[in-house]
Write a protein that binds this ligand. Structure first.
Ligand SMILES: [Zn+2]
Length: 146
């Protein structure tokens, strides 16, 4: 290999071109850690630089906002998009309406619920004799206090 060679153990350079590639990956919708892995830099490096370099910090924020938008844009148009991202396109609206209707039909209470017999499980919170209580003591006390 020609050109610059990094010494053993030296961290990867996060120079101008590398920053550009990183920011492009983030703006493309990659998560920060994934983008750092892709570029081959440590995950802390961009965050650290953003703290000291206001210009890079601003670019990183822009890239993150763009990436977030792109991730959302890539989501399928369905109920989750309707609910979580307020998409009101016909496809999302229809999906949300269909799902809601189905849930309501399902939520209709059944004729009878069986509460008799052995349906419940009783957990004994008090340790038996000879049991080492150990770490669970505080949680036991909390349970009893409530
Ligand atoms: Zn939609």
């Amino acid at each position: 290999m020609t050109g610059e060679r990094r010494g053993r153990g030296r961290p990867a350079l996060f120079d101008g071109p590398t920053q550009d590639r990183y920011l492009a990956a983030v703006a493309d919708g990659m998560y920060l850690n994934a983008a750092a892995d892709r570029i081959g830099i440590h995950r802390n490096v961009p965050t650290r630089l953003a703290r000291t370099d206001a210009v890079f910090g601003a670019r990183l924020n822009d890239a993150k906002a763009e990436g977030r938008k792109r991730r959302i844009d890539n989501l399928p148009h369905d109920e989750s998009r309707y609910c979580n991202y307020k998409c009101r396109c016909p496809q999302c609206t229809t999906a949300a309406t269909t799902a809601r209707t189905a849930r309501r039909a399902q939520d209709t209470p059944p004729e009878q619920e069986d509460h008799g017999g052995e349906s419940g499980t009783i957990h004994d919170l008090i340790p038996g004799p000879g049991t080492t209580v150990g770490k669970s003591v505080s949680s036991l006390l909390l349970l009893r206090a409530s």
